[in-house]
Structure formats: structure tokens, C-alpha cells
Ligand binder design. Structure first.
Ligand code: MSP
Length: 659
């Protein structure tokens, strides 16, 4: 078993987590869960960065003792991470006196003992937003390019770390360990920066009490970044448990944002070199998540609270969106409209519909039990998807990994559309074929769910339960769980819609989460109007620009596109194995009578229908239901809680246009 020690940046606690900081934790969590699934001895560390001046100021503004303020914020952060299903193994705070203080003091002392720390005076700019000493050349029109504010001019006695001494050793390290900085764009940035020469770094602040005192000058505190970076070593024993440290260090992967890659790829390895410690395996600098194309910031008032996004549909759709829609390493964008669109497309219509169809058809045609079979074309698709997925996840191309899982899901949906299990079910000679089709689809869904476990832990676990997976998700191991199973029998559970389709952009949250979606295994993708006739699959409702609750308005031209016609019912019969459908033969004034299926069997007996004059939609795209092609739709009133009432067009002649 290999070990895998993974960290994220530790967050400043001057405000609650926003969608950008949550993005980092969620994607790191996907990586941690993937490694656990592979059976690696995984250790996932997160934490809070508390010795920042901004944190101190925020506490003062609230009239709180800074440590008491940080204690409160710890709870806020922990709650958000729990609600987003972020499964860290350890959480460190830089005010931790048992672990972090001794580690920082030890490293400062060792660097000093090794001659890498000297006393001097810093005179220059300091951006409190970045907590960074800013050389004038990094400013744009005198402002910090990130915070758009003028940095403070400070002059103080400081201790300096000999960063300049590590220019060549760092360049050698990047050369010897090419994957130390990923993705490539960050590697190139850092290479250019280090090749340009390094200035020594001020590693202490004078005249401040909020921080960790330097062991060799207790009146100065350690500069917040020198302090914060040490958290990764402090958490695993550095300075307080040498045996533990030896066992866990070095970290295999630091996940950080692109804005702080430089601290992790230049200062941190130089500090470790100075302290004589091994370097981490890799620093991955992910991109930024923007809101409607803009940087999220308090001053712009466009901060997205990740809990609002998780409340919309639960944490998993948010986790999927962030993993699938943002190429890992690049930037991405979040808008509520896009989030809802992707929810409908990826979850309600694609994966959710697939799970429902497989479970509902297995219940209907095989009493919910399936015996394993050899595996047809889908087995090959699954093998490819698993291979592509593992390759992508190992390269941290998380978006490609999830896309591979989705290719399997789409292939399973297409497979059902092509093999038409509902038609096979009608022919007893095709019973074997039907069993194979259902098993293959269920097995493909099961494998896709294993691939989605890291990104959508609870939904994927629920899908596995419905697909009859006997092992608990935590007991599954990637290689065995993603192999096509060719023996055994399993029970498939039909338990309703996982992700009801979102019909109205403005629908309130509770309406979305409590409304059950129609499940009709006979008409894949089609939602059956309660009293109408299922016909062509309804496309997802486009987001409307109308105010919430306003009835939608169409033009007369829109209405005239619908051809309503008078029709006379010539024949009527129940559709076998369907509780709702009646098959009608109607005269619409054309050369031949038409066949129309109507979902009115619960309201009318076939014999009550023959001879009636009704209204139908004559230009609806034909659709196949239960193997029968329906050519039109019957109009009926659908009273709340009551049965369908057919519209009576008597005494008009068949074919008369209704307007
Ligand atoms: N405290 C420092 C990190 C110290 S690590 C030894 C810090 N904190 S932060 O709270 O400002 O940011 C925490 C992480 O969130 C950073 O990796 C940062 O890049 C990331 N993000 C902040 N806003 C972000 C987005 N809008 N999008 C993606 N990640 C973003 O920096």
C-alpha cells in the first residue's frame, strides 16, 4: 500500500469560506477520495491561517479577543466543509500551541543555526491584503494588482531569510524533479521568476503581538507566510513528534491557488532546504473560479456562499459542477444559470434518468433481480472509460476523469435507446436478450458510480446501493470495483428520482427538492402529462427571463404553430402492461386514421371512448411508447386530484381546425 499525504492551502479566517476557497477544498477532496479508493494510505490535511493582520483587525472590529474570534471561525469553517462533504483527516490552526508553535520555532532556529537568517531593516511596500512585501516593480499604477489598493510603506527592523542563496538549488530541483510544479503554465512562470534572481525575504515583523515570537528575538513575531507554510510539517510532528514526522513527511502533493504558487514553489522549498528536510513531491497550482467572469470580492458584493449553492440541490451537484466544468489547473466560471443548466443536463436528464430507467425496467420486467451475464458492447466501453479515468485522475486532470465517467453514462443511455428493452419485453422469445440488456445497463451504471464516488460521494453511494452493490463504498477498491462482473445475481432497487428535473429557473429551493419527477420507463426521457398523451420527449425548459411566478406569455404566431384538430375516435384499447395508456385509432380528416396513445386509462374505459369527438394536437413529432408509435396528442382538462376530462368537439367534423 502506498502512502499519500495531501494538503490544501490554509485559509485566512477574516471572512467565511466563499465558492473560490471551497473550490480548492472540494477538488482536493476529490483527489483524496480517489486515493482512498485506490487503497492508498491517504492523509488529507487542511487548516486555518490565523496570524494575519486582517484576521487581527476583523477580531478588533468585532470587539473580540483574536484567539476567541479564531475559535469561532474554526467552527464556521468546519461546518462549511462538513456540509460540502470534505473529508479531511486533520485540521491544523496556526494558533495551535501544541503542534504549530514548536514547529515554527524549531524551523526558524534551525535556519538561523544554519546561517540563513540575519538581521536587517526592511523599507518598502507591504500589501496587507496579500500579506506580502511588494517590490515597486510588482505594483500597477502604484496599486497592488490583486487588491487594487495602495500598499503601506513600512520601515522596520526585520530578520531576513537568505532566499537568494537558494536560486541555483531551486533551479536544480525543478530540473531534477520536473513534476514538482504543475501544471506546466505555473512551472514556466516560476522558472522565469527564479531565473530572474531572488531577493532575500523578510521573515519577521516588528512591533506586533499577533504571531509566533522568534526564539532568538522574542520581541519580533514570525512573518505570517513563513509561519503559515510550516503548517504542513507541523501537522505531522515536526518539532514535537519526530517519529510521526519521519513516518508522514514529505507531503506528496500541495494543492494551492495560482496566486500563491510562488510561496509554495520558491520560499517553501528553500526553507526546507535550509532546514535540511526533504521536499514535497508536487505543488499543483489550480486556477481561479470567477463569478460571471469577475473575481469574487467583498467590495464588488459578488461573493457566492458555497452553502447557498449546496442548498440548491445538495452538495454533490455543486461538487460535480466544480470538478467537471472547470479544467483543473485553468480558470472557471460559476453562474446560477449555468449551474442549473448543468444540473438538468448531467444529473436530472442524463445520470438520474439512466438510473431510474434501469431500476424501473428491472422491477417491471425482472421483478428487480438480475443475473450477471458475459457483457456485450457496453463492457468494452466501460473498460475504456475506467482506463481513461485512471490515467486522467493520476495526472490530476480531474475534469477529464469525470468526463470519462460521463462517456460511460451516455453510452449506457444510448444502449437502452438502441436495444429498446420495452420492445424486447413484448416478445417471450427475446427474454434472454432482455435480461442481458438490463444487466449490461445496470453494470455500466454501477461502474460509472464507482468512478463518480470521489466527486459525488453520497449520490454515487446511493446509486451503488440501488444497483445492488453489496460492499460499502468505503470497502470498495478501484481495480476490483471497476472490473466488469460476469457472475452473481443482484437485486436492483427502484427508489424514485434522484434529481428531479428543474422546470422553472425561479422555482424556490424546497419546491425543487421535494417535487418527485415523473418516472416512465416506457417513455425514456419523456415526461407524461397527467391527463394528456405522451408524445415526443419534452426538451428541458429554457431558463425564462420572466419574473418568478408570472405566467409565461407566447405570441399568436407561437400559438398558431400548434395544429389543433377535431378527431373522431374509431377504436380504443388498453395498452398491455401499462396502467395509464390507451391506444386510440382516430379520424383526423386525413386519408388514413392515426394511432394516438393517450394517458387516460385511469379515467376512461376503452368502450367509453369509441364514437367521441375530441381535440388533438395534429403536428406533434411522433414518438414511440411501449413499442407503439403515437402520432399526436389528445387534449384533456386535468383537474387537481381528479381524472382527465376529454374536450368535447361535437358536432364539428373530423379534421376541423381548432383555434
Ligand atoms: N492563507 C493563505 C494560504 C497559506 S498556505 C500556507 C491564503 N489564504 S486565502 O484564504 O486567501 O486563500 C486560500 C486558498 O483559496 C488559496 O489557495 C487561494 O488561491 C484560494 N482561492 C481564493 N480565491 C479563489 C478563487 N476565487 N478561486 C479558486 N481559488 C481561490 O492565501
Amino acid at each position: 500500500m502506498s502512502s499519500f499525504f495531501l494538503t490544501t492551502a490554509i485559509d485566512y479566517v477574516n471572512s467565511r469560506p466563499h465558492l473560490g476557497t471551497a473550490y480548492e477544498k472540494i477538488t482536493a477532496d476529490v483527489i483524496a477520495r480517489y486515493h482512498r479508493l485506490k487503497g492508498d494510505d491517504t492523509w488529507f490535511l487542511m487548516g486555518n491561517d490565523e496570524h494575519s493582520q486582517n484576521v487581527f483587525k476583523r477580531a478588533q472590529e468585532q470587539g473580540k479577543d483574536p484567539l476567541a474570534y479564531c475559535d469561532e471561525m474554526e467552527q464556521v469553517f468546519r461546518e462549511v466543509w462538513a456540509r460540502l462533504d470534505v473529508s479531511f483527516d486533520d485540521f491544523i490552526r496556526t494558533t495551535d500551541r501544541k503542534r504549530h508553535f514548536p514547529a515554527v520555532q524549531r524551523m526558524a532556529q534551525v535556519c538561523q543555526d544554519n546561517g540563513d537568517i540575519y538581521e536587517g531593516t526592511y523599507e518598502g511596500f507591504y500589501c496587507v491584503g496579500c500579506e506580502e512585501f511588494k517590490p515597486e516593480k510588482d505594483l500597477v499604477d502604484g496599486l497592488c494588482p490583486i487588491h487594487k489598493t495602495r500598499p503601506e510603506w513600512i520601515k522596520e527592523k526585520n530578520w531576513f531569510f537568505r532566499l537568494s542563496k537558494y536560486q541555483q538549488p531551486l533551479l536544480k530541483c525543478y530540473e531534477a524533479q520536473p513534476s514538482f510544479i504543475e501544471p506546466e503554465v505555473r512551472r514556466n512562470e516560476i522558472l522565469r521568476f527564479v531565473e530572474g534572481g531572488l531577493d532575500d525575504l523578510s521573515m519577521s515583523r516588528a512591533g506586533q503581538s499577533w504571531g509566533i515570537p522568534l526564539p532568538f528575538d522574542p520581541k519580533s513575531v514570525v512573518y505570517v507566510w513563513f509561519d503559515a507554510l510550516i503548517n504542513y510539517a507541523a501537522a505531522v510532528g515536526y518539532g514535537w513528534d519526530d517519529a510521526l514526522f519521519k513516518r508522514r513527511w514529505p507531503a506528496h502533493l500541495h494543492i494551492v491557488g495560482k496566486d500563491i504558487t510562488r510561496f509554495h514553489c520558491v520560499i517553501w522549498p528553500a526553507m526546507l532546504m535550509s532546514a535540511g528536510l526533504p521536499l514535497p513531491g508536487q505543488v499543483f497550482g489550480h486556477g481561479w473560479v470567477f463569478f460571471k467572469g469577475e473575481r469574487m470580492s467583498k467590495s464588488l458584493g459578488n461573493i457566492v456562499d458555497p452553502l447557498d449553492a449546496a442548498k440548491r440541490f445538495g452538495p454533490d451537484p455543486l461538487r460535480l459542477y466544480l470538478t467537471k466544468e472547470v479544467p483543473y489547473g485553468g480558470d472557471g466560471d460559476f453562474t446560477w444559470e449555468r449551474f442549473e443548466e448543468k444540473y438538468n443536463a448531467d444529473l436530472a436528464n442524463n445520470l438520474g434518468n439512466l438510473v431510474n430507467r434501469v431500476a424501473a425496467m428491472t422491477e417491471r420486467y425482472r421483478q428487480g433481480r438480475l443475473a450477471a451475464r458475459g457483457g456485450g458492447s457496453l463492457a468494452g466501453v466501460a473498460t475504456d472509460a475506467v482506463r481513461t479515468y485512471a490515467d486522467a485522475m493520476d495526472r490530476l486532470a480531474l475534469h477529464e476523469g469525470v468526463a470519462a465517467a460521463y462517456r460511460l453514462i451516455s453510452a449506457a443511455n444510448e444502449f437502452i435507446a438502441e436495444t429498446q428493452p420495452w420492445s424486447l419485453a413484448k416478445d417471450p422469445a427475446k427474454a434472454d436478450q432482455l435480461s442481458s440488456v438490463l444487466y449490461d445497463a445496470a453494470e455500466a451504471v454501477r461502474i460509472a458510480a464507482v468512478l463518480l464516488l470521489p466527486a459525488m460521494p453520497s449520490s454515487a453511494a446511493e446509486i451503488l446501493r440501488r444497483m445492488g452493490e453489496a460492499s460499502a463504498p468505503g470497502d470498495l477498491r478501484f481495480d476490483t470495483a471497476t472490473a466488469w462482473r460476469a457472475s452473481g445475481e443482484r437485486g436492483i432497487l427502484n427508489a424514485g428520482a434522484l434529481w428531479p428535473r428543474l422546470e422553472d429557473k425561479g422555482a424556490p429551493v424546497n419546491e425543487i427538492t421535494t417535487q418527485p419527477a415523473p418516472v416512465n420507463p416506457d417513455a425514456p426521457g419523456a415526461s407524461v402529462a397527467p391527463a394528456g398523451t405522451p408524445a415526443a420527449a419534452a426538451p428541458p425548459t429554457a431558463p425564462s427571463s420572466q419574473p418568478v411566478g408570472a405566467p409565461s406569455v407566447i405570441t399568436i404566431d407561437d400559438f398558431m404553430k400548434v395544429q389543433l384538430k377535431v378527431a373522431k375516435v374509431l377504436e380504443a384499447s388498453n395498452v398491455p402492461k401499462s396502467k395509464k395508456l390507451v391506444q386510440l385509432k382516430v379520424d383526423v380528416g386525413e386519408a388514413e386514421p392515426r394511432t394516438i396513445l393517450a394517458g387516460i386509462a385511469e379515467s376512461y374505459q376503452p368502450e367509453q371512448l369509441v364514437g367521441r369527438t375530441i381535440v388533438v394536437v395534429a403536428n406533434l413529432k411522433p414518438a414511440k411508447l411501449m413499442g407503439i408509435e403515437s402520432n399526436g396528442m389528445v387534449l384533456a382538462a386535468s383537474p387537481e386530484g381528479g381524472g382527465a376530462l376529454l374536450l368535447n368537439a361535437e358536432p364539428a367534423a373530423p379534421g376541423t381546425r381548432v383555434r
